[in-house]
Design a protein around this ligand. Structure first.
Ligand SMILES: Nc1ncnc2c1ncn2[C@@H]1O[C@H](COP(=O)(O)OP(=O)(O)OP(=O)(O)O)[C@@H](O)[C@H]1O
Ligand SMILES: [Mg+2]
Length: 302
């Protein structure tokens, strides 16, 4: 869509020329609210030139905690835009949401135009509707998410808020995409001392010492997410449960799957697997995950 490509030039050209229509309003229709959270509101929308379904995330200036510089931009932009832009420039990934465009609009803050899967539903709602997922489906989702995260890390981005609400499922194809880079940061080797992700997905080292490294943090949250997928709810609510690092399986889950979850939820960050080690775990490699008839019956003891 040529309109999209021209928007940045248009933005510069129309700076300070108030009688022209906003380039955003001339290119997109903004529809119903999809969700709202800490940093802003997300609407469903449509690109006018071709009818493409998009999501429009509105971020108020005063809610932005981290700013970044983008080449060619006069002022700083929210870190979320800078991270998504970096991922677009390296070609994107099927399991990571693509930012199609962004705008800064007087009085409305920043508007991010994101791809929206045609039959998209976030994984939180998907699990709420269907209950615990069969291991075969959890494996499909989990593999795509881990592949998406490898792509992010390979290109210097850490997400820091992996959880069911931040995964969108296309309910027709059963493909997933990682969304919401609002807590993300440039990847570094050294420890981080600030965290704006979700506490119940955060690891013991954050609870105990307010410090963590990117990969072990990500892998812990993957352990919480995988447990959530196969049990229908997250393993820990209170800080003392997180620090206890001993998930109690509330449903019948295969031994292999339990072993992968427990490995990701190792108390000591250095004992957790890397993303590559997750991908070569027997549960992942099996392709066809062990799936027993009673695997999704509620409250069956082990
Ligand atoms: N690209 C998208 N496609 C479909 N649904 C989306 C998309 N982006 C967001 N949503 C929906 O909107 C919800 C909120 O979006 P998002 O997670 O980006 O914002 P947030 O949680 O408010 O962000 P933050 O964590 O930055 O405060 C998501 O959980 C999802 O249901
Ligand atoms: Mg979110």
């Amino acid at each position: 869509c040529i309109m999209g490509k021209l928007s940045s030039a248009y933005r510069q050209l129309t700076e300070g020329v108030s009688q022209l229509p906003e380039p955003f309003d001339s290119q997109y229709h903004c529809g119903a609210l999809l969700g709202s959270g800490g940093f802003g509101s997300v609407f469903s929308g449509q690109r006018l030139c071709d009818g493409l379904q998009v999501a429009i995330k509105q971020i108020s200036r005063d809610r932005v905690q981290q700013w970044a510089r983008l080449p060619g931009e006069v002022g700083p932009v929210p870190m979320e835009i800078a991270l998504l832009q970096r991922l677009v420039e390296v070609g994107g990934h099927a399991s990571v949401v693509r930012m199609l465009d962004w705008f800064e609009v007087e009085g409305r803050g920043f508007l991010l135009v994101l791809e929206r899967p045609p039959h998209g539903q976030d994984l939180f709602d998907f699990i709420t509707e269907r209950g615990a997922l069969p291991e075969r489906l959890a494996l499909r989702f989990f593999r795509q998410i881990v592949e998406g995260l490898r792509f992010l890390h390979a290109h210097g981005v850490v997400h820091r808020d992996i959880k069911d609400e931040n995964i969108v499922v296309d309910t027709r194809t059963l493909d997933v995409k990682i969304i919401d880079f609002g807590s993300g940061a440039p990847l570094k080797e050294t420890p981080y001392s600030e965290f704006e992700g979700t506490r119940v997905y955060s690891p013991p080292e954050w609870i105990v010492s307010q410090s963590y490294e990117a990969v072990p943090l990500t892998v812990w949250s993957l352990g919480v997410l995988l447990f959530d997928m196969v049990c229908g709810d997250i393993p820990f609510e209170r800080d003392q449960d997180i620090v206890g690092a001993a998930p109690v399986f509330t449903r019948r889950v295969s031994k292999e799957c339990q072993s992968l979850i427990r490995w990701c939820l190792s108390y000591r960050p250095e004992e957790r697997p890397t993303l590559e080690e997750i991908l070569s775990h027997p549960w992942m490699e099996g392709g066809e995950a062990e799936e027993e008839e009673h695997s999704s019956l509620p409250n069956q003891s082990l």
